[in-house]
Write a protein that binds this ligand. Structure first.
Ligand code: MN3
Length: 201
């Protein structure tokens, strides 16, 4: 079964002015589409053809570089679009808010540490909020299209929030100012979705 590009759960202009329409069109329609197409090419006619995306990602390092890069790209972007919402922003509530306060001191402290994780990622990659093996919240970052579920990940966790810090995610609007993009993105983070993932782990 070939993988397909998931539809965006909102319009391309829904996240304006924080994430601009053209960036969303290219990011979803060109970049994410290319990861899907190249993943399908990489697994076509191989023993991996009928595996789920979760299985491919978990063993990405053991399979091949194209599966690691494009399978990760497909997984990460599918996860990222769902993190975002036109009605996002604000602050988390309930058990997730308690866990953030417990792990990081306060929501403001968490945001500072998360943004530092994204700014500190040299080159292209992702910054994540996840739940580690001890069921504690943690922040980590991964290079390229790796993610913390991969066998090759330096820090493993179950992500509940991920932010793309590749230049293609922000360059048209923010140019070289990755910190500005990471400051603006809080306005469109869907905390209900993050809380739902938190409760599920
Ligand atoms: Mn991207």
């Amino acid at each position: 079964m070939a993988f397909t590009l998931p539809a965006l759960p909102y319009a391309h202009d829904a996240l304006e002015p924080h994430i601009d329409t053209l960036t969303m069109q290219i990011h979803h329609g060109k970049h994410h589409q290319a990861y899907v197409d190249n993943l399908n090419k990489a697994i076509a006619g191989t023993e991996h053809e009928n595996k789920t995306l979760a299985e491919l990602v978990a063993h990405a390092g053991a399979i091949s570089a194209p599966v690691r890069n494009n399978g990760g790209g497909h997984w990460n972007h599918s996860f990222f679009w769902e993190n975002l919402s036109a009605s996002g922003g604000g602050v988390p509530s309930g058990k997730l808010a308690d866990a953030i306060n417990h792990a990081f001191g306060s929501f403001e402290e968490f945001k500072t540490k998360f943004a530092a994780g994204g700014v500190g990622r040299f080159g292209s990659g992702w910054v994540w909020l996840g739940i580690d093996a001890n069921k504690k919240l943690c922040i980590c970052s991964t290079p390229n299209q790796d993610n913390p579920l991969m066998d090759v990940a330096e820090t493993k966790c179950t992500p509940i929030l991920g932010v793309d810090v590749w230049e293609h995610a922000y360059y048209l609007k923010y140019q070289n100012k990755r910190p500005d993009y990471l400051a603006a993105i809080w306005n469109v983070i869907d905390w209900n979705k993050v809380a739902e993932r938190f409760e599920a782990v």
